[in-house]
Design a protein around this ligand. Structure first.
Ligand SMILES: Cc1cc2nc3c(=O)[nH]c(=O)nc-3n(C[C@H](O)[C@H](O)[C@H](O)COP(=O)(O)O)c2cc1C
Length: 349
Protein backbone atom coordinates (compact mmCIF):
# COMPACT_ATOMS: atom_id res chain seq x y z
CA UNK A 1 0.00 0.00 0.00
CA UNK A 2 2.79 2.41 0.94
CA UNK A 3 4.66 1.56 -2.26
CA UNK A 4 1.61 2.34 -4.34
CA UNK A 5 1.29 5.56 -2.38
CA UNK A 6 4.80 6.70 -3.19
CA UNK A 7 4.57 5.71 -6.84
CA UNK A 8 1.22 7.45 -7.16
CA UNK A 9 2.70 10.58 -5.58
CA UNK A 10 5.42 10.41 -8.22
CA UNK A 11 2.78 10.33 -10.90
CA UNK A 12 0.80 13.19 -9.39
CA UNK A 13 1.01 16.84 -10.25
CA UNK A 14 1.20 19.40 -7.51
CA UNK A 15 -2.01 21.16 -8.40
CA UNK A 16 -4.07 18.11 -7.35
CA UNK A 17 -6.10 18.67 -10.49
CA UNK A 18 -7.41 22.13 -9.66
CA UNK A 19 -4.63 24.05 -11.33
CA UNK A 20 -3.68 26.01 -8.22
CA UNK A 21 -0.20 24.52 -8.12
CA UNK A 22 0.19 25.16 -4.43
CA UNK A 23 -1.16 22.16 -2.60
CA UNK A 24 2.22 21.15 -1.31
CA UNK A 25 1.28 17.64 -0.23
CA UNK A 26 1.46 16.11 -3.68
CA UNK A 27 -2.19 15.18 -3.80
CA UNK A 28 -5.10 16.42 -1.78
CA UNK A 29 -5.86 14.23 1.18
CA UNK A 30 -2.63 12.21 0.97
CA UNK A 31 0.01 12.21 3.66
CA UNK A 32 3.32 13.63 2.45
CA UNK A 33 5.82 10.92 1.59
CA UNK A 34 8.81 10.68 3.93
CA UNK A 35 11.83 9.07 2.29
CA UNK A 36 15.20 7.79 3.40
CA UNK A 37 17.93 9.75 1.56
CA UNK A 38 20.68 8.04 -0.41
CA UNK A 39 23.77 7.93 1.83
CA UNK A 40 26.90 6.47 0.32
CA UNK A 41 28.42 3.82 2.59
CA UNK A 42 25.27 3.76 4.72
CA UNK A 43 22.03 3.01 2.87
CA UNK A 44 23.04 -0.56 2.16
CA UNK A 45 20.44 -3.21 1.38
CA UNK A 46 19.83 -4.21 5.00
CA UNK A 47 19.54 -0.67 6.30
CA UNK A 48 17.09 0.20 3.53
CA UNK A 49 15.12 -2.95 4.18
CA UNK A 50 14.80 -2.13 7.89
CA UNK A 51 13.88 1.51 7.29
CA UNK A 52 11.24 0.58 4.74
CA UNK A 53 9.80 -2.17 6.94
CA UNK A 54 9.52 0.37 9.74
CA UNK A 55 7.28 2.59 7.64
CA UNK A 56 9.35 4.88 5.39
CA UNK A 57 7.42 5.75 2.22
CA UNK A 58 10.48 4.83 0.15
CA UNK A 59 14.21 4.31 0.57
CA UNK A 60 16.95 5.19 -1.91
CA UNK A 61 20.09 3.16 -2.61
CA UNK A 62 23.58 4.55 -2.13
CA UNK A 63 24.73 6.25 -5.31
CA UNK A 64 25.89 3.69 -7.83
CA UNK A 65 28.67 4.74 -10.23
CA UNK A 66 26.99 4.21 -13.59
CA UNK A 67 30.12 3.35 -15.58
CA UNK A 68 31.25 0.77 -13.01
CA UNK A 69 27.79 -0.72 -12.73
CA UNK A 70 27.51 -0.96 -16.51
CA UNK A 71 30.85 -2.84 -16.55
CA UNK A 72 29.48 -5.42 -14.12
CA UNK A 73 31.44 -4.28 -11.06
CA UNK A 74 30.44 -6.42 -8.05
CA UNK A 75 30.47 -3.64 -5.45
CA UNK A 76 28.18 -1.54 -7.67
CA UNK A 77 25.87 -4.48 -8.09
CA UNK A 78 25.62 -4.85 -4.31
CA UNK A 79 24.87 -1.15 -3.93
CA UNK A 80 22.07 -1.41 -6.47
CA UNK A 81 20.61 -4.56 -4.93
CA UNK A 82 16.89 -4.38 -4.17
CA UNK A 83 16.44 -7.70 -2.38
CA UNK A 84 12.65 -7.48 -2.57
CA UNK A 85 12.34 -3.91 -1.25
CA UNK A 86 9.27 -2.28 -2.77
CA UNK A 87 9.53 0.31 -4.13
CA UNK A 88 13.15 -0.23 -5.05
CA UNK A 89 14.80 3.11 -5.89
CA UNK A 90 18.31 2.99 -7.38
CA UNK A 91 20.37 6.16 -7.52
CA UNK A 92 22.89 6.48 -10.36
CA UNK A 93 25.83 8.87 -10.55
CA UNK A 94 27.82 9.64 -13.67
CA UNK A 95 28.92 12.33 -16.05
CA UNK A 96 28.06 10.95 -19.49
CA UNK A 97 24.70 10.11 -20.98
CA UNK A 98 25.57 6.72 -22.53
CA UNK A 99 26.80 4.89 -19.38
CA UNK A 100 24.02 6.51 -17.36
CA UNK A 101 21.43 5.21 -19.85
CA UNK A 102 23.03 1.78 -19.90
CA UNK A 103 23.15 1.62 -16.10
CA UNK A 104 19.52 2.73 -15.89
CA UNK A 105 18.47 -0.10 -18.22
CA UNK A 106 20.44 -2.60 -16.14
CA UNK A 107 18.84 -1.31 -12.96
CA UNK A 108 15.39 -1.57 -14.50
CA UNK A 109 16.10 -5.09 -15.74
CA UNK A 110 17.27 -6.03 -12.24
CA UNK A 111 13.95 -4.87 -10.77
CA UNK A 112 14.30 -1.15 -9.93
CA UNK A 113 10.91 0.55 -9.67
CA UNK A 114 12.41 4.05 -9.84
CA UNK A 115 15.75 5.37 -11.14
CA UNK A 116 17.08 8.47 -9.37
CA UNK A 117 19.86 10.61 -10.85
CA UNK A 118 22.48 12.13 -8.55
CA UNK A 119 23.08 15.82 -9.27
CA UNK A 120 23.65 16.79 -5.67
CA UNK A 121 26.71 15.00 -4.34
CA UNK A 122 29.43 17.53 -3.44
CA UNK A 123 32.28 15.04 -2.89
CA UNK A 124 35.40 15.90 -4.86
CA UNK A 125 35.78 12.34 -6.14
CA UNK A 126 32.37 12.77 -7.71
CA UNK A 127 32.50 16.43 -8.75
CA UNK A 128 36.08 15.96 -9.93
CA UNK A 129 34.67 13.57 -12.49
CA UNK A 130 32.05 16.19 -13.36
CA UNK A 131 29.27 14.09 -11.88
CA UNK A 132 27.07 14.78 -8.84
CA UNK A 133 26.58 18.48 -8.12
CA UNK A 134 29.23 19.44 -10.72
CA UNK A 135 26.46 18.85 -13.23
CA UNK A 136 24.71 21.92 -11.85
CA UNK A 137 27.57 23.96 -13.37
CA UNK A 138 26.94 22.36 -16.74
CA UNK A 139 23.22 22.54 -17.25
CA UNK A 140 23.39 21.44 -20.90
CA UNK A 141 25.40 18.35 -19.96
CA UNK A 142 23.00 17.69 -17.09
CA UNK A 143 20.05 17.97 -19.45
CA UNK A 144 21.60 15.44 -21.85
CA UNK A 145 21.93 12.97 -18.97
CA UNK A 146 18.35 13.52 -17.84
CA UNK A 147 17.13 12.97 -21.41
CA UNK A 148 19.23 9.84 -21.94
CA UNK A 149 18.08 8.19 -18.72
CA UNK A 150 14.45 9.16 -19.30
CA UNK A 151 14.65 7.68 -22.78
CA UNK A 152 16.34 4.47 -21.59
CA UNK A 153 13.75 3.15 -19.14
CA UNK A 154 10.02 2.94 -18.68
CA UNK A 155 9.98 3.18 -14.86
CA UNK A 156 9.68 6.61 -13.17
CA UNK A 157 12.87 8.69 -13.22
CA UNK A 158 13.67 11.29 -10.56
CA UNK A 159 16.61 13.62 -9.96
CA UNK A 160 18.21 14.82 -6.73
CA UNK A 161 19.95 18.18 -6.79
CA UNK A 162 21.14 21.05 -4.63
CA UNK A 163 19.96 24.68 -4.84
CA UNK A 164 22.81 25.37 -7.25
CA UNK A 165 26.59 25.39 -7.41
CA UNK A 166 26.88 28.50 -5.23
CA UNK A 167 24.70 31.41 -4.15
CA UNK A 168 25.40 33.29 -7.41
CA UNK A 169 24.13 30.32 -9.40
CA UNK A 170 20.89 29.10 -7.86
CA UNK A 171 19.76 27.21 -10.94
CA UNK A 172 17.74 24.40 -9.33
CA UNK A 173 14.46 25.88 -10.68
CA UNK A 174 15.86 25.87 -14.23
CA UNK A 175 17.20 22.33 -13.93
CA UNK A 176 13.91 21.16 -12.41
CA UNK A 177 11.94 22.75 -15.28
CA UNK A 178 14.14 20.92 -17.77
CA UNK A 179 13.64 17.67 -15.87
CA UNK A 180 9.91 18.16 -15.96
CA UNK A 181 9.80 19.00 -19.65
CA UNK A 182 11.80 15.84 -20.40
CA UNK A 183 9.21 13.76 -18.57
CA UNK A 184 10.91 13.12 -15.22
CA UNK A 185 8.55 12.28 -12.41
CA UNK A 186 9.89 14.15 -9.36
CA UNK A 187 12.73 16.28 -8.09
CA UNK A 188 14.43 16.22 -4.70
CA UNK A 189 16.19 19.38 -3.57
CA UNK A 190 18.74 19.55 -0.76
CA UNK A 191 18.45 23.14 0.49
CA UNK A 192 22.16 23.93 0.28
CA UNK A 193 24.50 24.88 -2.54
CA UNK A 194 27.44 22.70 -3.57
CA UNK A 195 29.84 25.25 -2.13
CA UNK A 196 28.21 24.93 1.27
CA UNK A 197 28.87 21.18 1.39
CA UNK A 198 27.13 20.45 4.71
CA UNK A 199 27.86 23.77 6.41
CA UNK A 200 25.27 26.25 7.60
CA UNK A 201 21.62 25.29 7.64
CA UNK A 202 19.44 23.98 4.85
CA UNK A 203 17.34 26.78 3.35
CA UNK A 204 13.86 25.25 3.09
CA UNK A 205 12.33 28.56 1.90
CA UNK A 206 14.68 28.58 -1.10
CA UNK A 207 13.29 25.18 -2.13
CA UNK A 208 9.95 26.94 -2.72
CA UNK A 209 11.41 28.54 -5.85
CA UNK A 210 11.69 25.02 -7.31
CA UNK A 211 8.22 24.01 -6.09
CA UNK A 212 6.78 27.07 -7.82
CA UNK A 213 8.61 26.33 -11.07
CA UNK A 214 7.27 22.84 -11.77
CA UNK A 215 4.13 20.79 -11.39
CA UNK A 216 5.85 17.46 -10.72
CA UNK A 217 6.30 16.64 -7.01
CA UNK A 218 9.26 18.22 -5.24
CA UNK A 219 10.76 16.47 -2.22
CA UNK A 220 12.58 18.74 0.23
CA UNK A 221 15.77 17.60 1.92
CA UNK A 222 18.32 18.85 4.43
CA UNK A 223 18.36 19.01 8.23
CA UNK A 224 15.00 17.29 8.78
CA UNK A 225 15.44 15.37 12.03
CA UNK A 226 11.93 14.71 13.39
CA UNK A 227 8.23 15.33 12.76
CA UNK A 228 8.49 18.96 13.93
CA UNK A 229 11.26 19.89 11.52
CA UNK A 230 9.51 17.89 8.77
CA UNK A 231 6.36 19.98 9.24
CA UNK A 232 8.30 23.26 9.23
CA UNK A 233 10.23 22.14 6.15
CA UNK A 234 6.98 21.29 4.33
CA UNK A 235 5.41 24.62 5.33
CA UNK A 236 8.39 26.72 4.32
CA UNK A 237 9.15 24.90 1.08
CA UNK A 238 5.64 23.95 -0.05
CA UNK A 239 7.17 20.61 -1.07
CA UNK A 240 5.19 17.42 -1.61
CA UNK A 241 7.31 15.39 0.81
CA UNK A 242 10.54 15.26 2.76
CA UNK A 243 13.67 13.14 2.63
CA UNK A 244 15.70 12.35 5.75
CA UNK A 245 19.38 11.39 5.66
CA UNK A 246 21.85 11.76 8.51
CA UNK A 247 19.28 11.77 11.31
CA UNK A 248 18.26 8.22 10.38
CA UNK A 249 21.74 6.87 10.96
CA UNK A 250 21.55 4.60 14.02
CA UNK A 251 17.77 5.11 14.04
CA UNK A 252 16.23 3.06 11.23
CA UNK A 253 12.81 3.62 12.86
CA UNK A 254 12.97 7.42 12.54
CA UNK A 255 11.76 7.86 8.95
CA UNK A 256 8.73 5.62 9.51
CA UNK A 257 7.93 7.38 12.78
CA UNK A 258 7.97 10.78 11.03
CA UNK A 259 5.84 9.39 8.17
CA UNK A 260 3.28 8.02 10.63
CA UNK A 261 3.15 11.26 12.59
CA UNK A 262 2.63 13.38 9.48
CA UNK A 263 -0.08 10.99 8.33
CA UNK A 264 -1.80 11.25 11.72
CA UNK A 265 -1.30 7.54 12.36
CA UNK A 266 -0.24 6.19 15.73
CA UNK A 267 3.55 6.01 15.99
CA UNK A 268 4.75 2.48 16.63
CA UNK A 269 6.56 2.34 19.96
CA UNK A 270 9.67 0.19 20.03
CA UNK A 271 11.27 -0.79 23.29
CA UNK A 272 15.03 -1.23 23.68
CA UNK A 273 14.86 -4.97 23.02
CA UNK A 274 13.05 -4.40 19.72
CA UNK A 275 15.59 -1.75 18.72
CA UNK A 276 18.46 -4.02 19.63
CA UNK A 277 16.95 -6.80 17.49
CA UNK A 278 16.73 -4.45 14.51
CA UNK A 279 20.38 -3.41 14.97
CA UNK A 280 21.50 -7.03 15.38
CA UNK A 281 19.60 -8.15 12.26
CA UNK A 282 21.23 -5.29 10.38
CA UNK A 283 24.70 -6.30 11.59
CA UNK A 284 24.17 -9.97 10.72
CA UNK A 285 22.75 -8.96 7.33
CA UNK A 286 25.89 -6.93 6.55
CA UNK A 287 28.18 -9.86 7.35
CA UNK A 288 26.07 -12.12 5.13
CA UNK A 289 25.88 -9.58 2.28
CA UNK A 290 29.51 -8.49 2.15
CA UNK A 291 31.24 -11.46 3.74
CA UNK A 292 33.17 -11.36 7.03
CA UNK A 293 36.10 -9.07 6.14
CA UNK A 294 34.25 -6.40 4.21
CA UNK A 295 31.12 -6.78 6.35
CA UNK A 296 33.03 -5.96 9.57
CA UNK A 297 34.46 -2.85 7.95
CA UNK A 298 31.17 -1.72 6.47
CA UNK A 299 29.33 -2.27 9.76
CA UNK A 300 31.54 0.12 11.76
CA UNK A 301 29.72 3.33 10.83
CA UNK A 302 26.42 1.73 11.72
CA UNK A 303 27.71 0.32 15.00
CA UNK A 304 29.04 3.74 15.99
CA UNK A 305 25.69 5.31 15.14
CA UNK A 306 23.73 2.66 17.03
CA UNK A 307 25.99 3.11 20.05
CA UNK A 308 25.55 6.88 19.95
CA UNK A 309 21.79 6.73 19.39
CA UNK A 310 21.32 4.12 22.11
CA UNK A 311 23.76 5.71 24.52
CA UNK A 312 24.28 2.64 26.68
CA UNK A 313 28.03 2.08 26.26
CA UNK A 314 30.83 3.90 28.00
CA UNK A 315 33.82 4.96 25.87
CA UNK A 316 35.97 1.82 26.36
CA UNK A 317 33.02 -0.47 25.56
CA UNK A 318 32.14 1.62 22.51
CA UNK A 319 35.72 1.45 21.27
CA UNK A 320 35.82 -2.30 21.91
CA UNK A 321 32.68 -2.77 19.83
CA UNK A 322 33.98 -0.67 16.93
CA UNK A 323 37.38 -2.34 16.79
CA UNK A 324 36.33 -5.91 17.51
CA UNK A 325 36.77 -8.47 14.78
CA UNK A 326 34.73 -11.02 16.71
CA UNK A 327 31.05 -10.87 15.68
CA UNK A 328 29.97 -12.68 18.86
CA UNK A 329 31.58 -9.95 21.00
CA UNK A 330 30.06 -7.22 18.83
CA UNK A 331 26.60 -8.73 19.30
CA UNK A 332 26.99 -8.79 23.10
CA UNK A 333 28.10 -5.15 23.16
CA UNK A 334 25.40 -4.04 20.75
CA UNK A 335 22.75 -5.63 22.98
CA UNK A 336 24.33 -3.90 25.95
CA UNK A 337 24.29 -0.54 24.15
CA UNK A 338 20.52 -0.72 23.96
CA UNK A 339 19.99 -2.33 27.35
CA UNK A 340 21.84 0.45 29.11
CA UNK A 341 19.96 3.11 27.29
CA UNK A 342 18.16 5.90 29.08
CA UNK A 343 15.18 7.04 27.05
CA UNK A 344 15.27 10.77 26.59
CA UNK A 345 12.16 12.87 26.11
CA UNK A 346 10.84 12.84 22.55
CA UNK A 347 12.57 9.59 21.76
CA UNK A 348 9.76 7.24 22.57
CA UNK A 349 9.16 6.51 18.88
C1 LIG B 1 27.76 10.16 4.39
C2 LIG B 1 26.87 10.75 3.36
C3 LIG B 1 26.71 10.11 2.15
C4 LIG B 1 25.88 10.66 1.15
N1 LIG B 1 25.71 10.00 -0.02
C5 LIG B 1 24.86 10.49 -0.95
C6 LIG B 1 24.59 9.76 -2.16
O1 LIG B 1 25.08 8.65 -2.36
N2 LIG B 1 23.74 10.34 -3.06
C7 LIG B 1 23.14 11.55 -2.84
O2 LIG B 1 22.38 12.03 -3.68
N3 LIG B 1 23.37 12.25 -1.70
C8 LIG B 1 24.18 11.73 -0.77
N4 LIG B 1 24.36 12.41 0.41
C9 LIG B 1 23.54 13.59 0.68
C10 LIG B 1 22.25 13.19 1.42
O3 LIG B 1 21.44 12.36 0.61
C11 LIG B 1 21.43 14.41 1.84
O4 LIG B 1 21.12 15.16 0.70
C12 LIG B 1 22.17 15.30 2.85
O5 LIG B 1 22.80 14.52 3.85
C13 LIG B 1 21.22 16.31 3.50
O6 LIG B 1 20.17 15.65 4.15
P1 LIG B 1 20.19 15.39 5.76
O7 LIG B 1 20.43 16.72 6.43
O8 LIG B 1 18.82 14.82 6.07
O9 LIG B 1 21.30 14.43 6.02
C14 LIG B 1 25.21 11.89 1.39
C15 LIG B 1 25.39 12.54 2.61
C16 LIG B 1 26.20 11.99 3.59
C17 LIG B 1 26.35 12.70 4.90
Amino acid sequence: MWADDYLSVLRSRQDGGDGSGTVGSGRRGTAPPVLLAPLSGITDLHFRRAVRKLGASAVVSEMVAAAEFAKGDEESRLRAEGGGIDPHVVQLAGCSPAPMAQAARLAEDAGAHVVDINMGCPAKTVTGGEAGSALMRDIEGATRILAAVREAVSVPVTVKMRLGWDHDNLNAPELARRAESLGLDAVTVHGRTRQQFYKGVADWRAIRSVVESVRIPVIANGDVVDAGTARTCLEQSGAAGVMIGRAALGRPWLVGAVAAELAGHPVQTLDEAARARIALDHYDGLLALYGYRMGIRHARKHLAAYADAAGGLDTPARTAMLTSTDPAQVRVLLRKAFAGRHLSLGEAA
